[in-house]
Design a protein around this ligand. Structure first.
Ligand SMILES: *Cc1c(COP(=O)(O)O)cnc(C)c1O
Length: 428
């Protein structure tokens, strides 16, 4: 059905529409009162018990703290495969892994649609990033483009899993294996990628970097993890992340310590340890919320999810969507998406625009070497995507229904709003 509308209207006409169409952006009542939504990390009283456990231990320091050791073991068991070391952050985990492999080459291949903090450690390790475009259906690295860039002088292929999607890219992985290129997975947003996710198999990878920060699944404060099967890498974690103490508690100033003090926070570790108990239930709720929400949104024209919400292995950290601007009557470019996000936000839906630029434009030392126009899929996603943030428990079906009602309200009004007026969205 062609929903392109030519009605040249203004805000007052939108208001004169039937009452249920009176958008909050133009002064109508929002669909969602803010108190209906619980924002992640969904603080609970029992988190105080986790913090109390640390206080009562009398040790606020990482060195061989039993809580940290227990957390590492519990996370390892939860994954069903990997050895785990806790560090200070997900970024630290990426840095430590890259540092371990930095002598295998002088560059790192990664996607242009990426989190700047994930890519920053490449330069810290003295390596050069090589960017490739993304597969539009994964919002993850295009495996053919990645394989084309792999060569013996590439130290690592850094695969970033965004929003909760699993980036399996088996051909890129086997190509990396064939060329002796290390595989590092940034699963900071996709914790379930640490489990067996594909035909009962775990990711083919040398190291997974995971974040426990307050916005991620473990919602624990500041915390990160390295997951690997490589014992030498596990030892390397201590060299890079412990400057003046050994893991067994000894006070040492090792001549080979590289001194980043990427130690895990014990209070955060205690909260993360508590959350692991409910991690599978959390993931199931995120998935069922996402699936339900999409079942109520799928009939809306010009709206698509970034990955399949019915995939039972994804982690649904946020629910990412994109619009097709032209099929909604908008011009190409970000203005249509920005307008839709404004309307949804006014209705009380927690929607956000993620990054607006390819990752190299956030990196001062490399930005001049790369052109956005060479990454059409990355640019298309950056111009058209947005995400719904509060998809986790305790938010449940009732909240998803309200999100969906807000989308339907906005979509119903869109044809009246889109037209010549849309060419100057700032006038709304
Ligand atoms: C959060 C995040 C990181 C960094 O994790 P921190 O713990 O905040 O340092 C890295 N990569 C991605 C994709 C992330 O979402």
């Amino acid at each position: 059905m062609n929903k392109r509308a030519n009605i040249d209207t203004d805000a007052s006409q939108a208001n004169s529409a039937s009452p249920e169409m009176k958008l909050a952006f133009f002064g109508g009542n929002p669909v969602l009162p803010p108190e209906r939504i619980t924002a992640w990390p969904a603080a609970q009283k029992k988190h105080l018990d986790a913090l109390r456990g640390v206080v009562e231990s009398g040790k606020y320091h990482r060195v061989n703290h039993p809580i940290v050791t227990e957390l590492e073991q519990n996370l390892s068991m939860w994954t069903g495969k990997w050895m785990v070391r806790a560090v200070g952050s997900g970024t630290a985990a990426i840095h430590v892994a890259l540092d371990y492999f930095k002598n295998c080459g002088d560059r790192v291949v990664t996607a242009a649609l990426n989190w700047p903090g994930a890519v920053g450690p490449i330069a810290i390790c003295g390596l050069r990033p090589v960017f490739v475009d993304v597969d539009i259906d994964l919002a993850g690295i295009d495996q053919k483009a990645a394989a084309d860039k792999l060569a013996p002088n590439v130290a690592a292929l850094l695969i970033t899993h965004l929003f909760g999607n699993n980036i399996l890219v088996p051909d890129a992985r086997s190509s990396a294996r064939g060329q002796g290129v290390a595989l590092i997975d940034d699963v900071c947003q996709t914790i379930a990628a640490a489990k067996a996710i594909f035909n009962g198999a775990h990711l083919e990878s040398d190291a997974l970097a995971l974040s426990g920060n307050g916005a991620k699944h473990l919602g624990a404060g500041e915390l990160g993890f390295i997951l690997t099967e490589n014992r030498n890498l596990i030892e390397h974690v201590d060299r890079v992340s412990l400057a003046s103490s050994a893991r067994d508690g000894e006070r040492i100033f090792s001549p080979c310590a590289q001194g980043y003090n990427y130690r895990p926070n014990v209070f955060s570790s205690s909260i993360a340890n508590m959350r692991i108990t409910n991690l599978d239930a959390q993931l199931e709720k995120r998935r069922s919320n996402g699936q339900l929400l999409w079942s109520m949104l799928r009939e809306l024209p010009g709206l698509l999810p970034l990955f399949n919400p019915s995939d039972q292995h994804q982690s649904m950290l946020n629910f990412p969507l994109r619009i097709e601007p032209n099929s909604l009557g908008f011009d190409s470019g970000p203005a249509g998406r920005d307008f839709v996000v404004k309307l949804l936000k006014a209705e009380g839906v927690p929607v956000w625009v993620w990054l607006r630029k390819p990752v190299f434009e956030y990196l001062p030392n490399v930005q001049d070497s790369w052109r956005a126009a060479d990454f059409p899929n990355t640019m298309k996603l950056l111009d058209t995507m947005f995400y719904i943030s509060e998809i986790a428990p305790p938010n449940d079906a009732d909240v998803m229904e309200l999100y969906a009602a807000a989308f339907h309200k906005v979509w119903k009004a869109l044809p009246r709003l889109v037209g010549k007026g849309m060419r100057q969205p700032s006038s709304f």
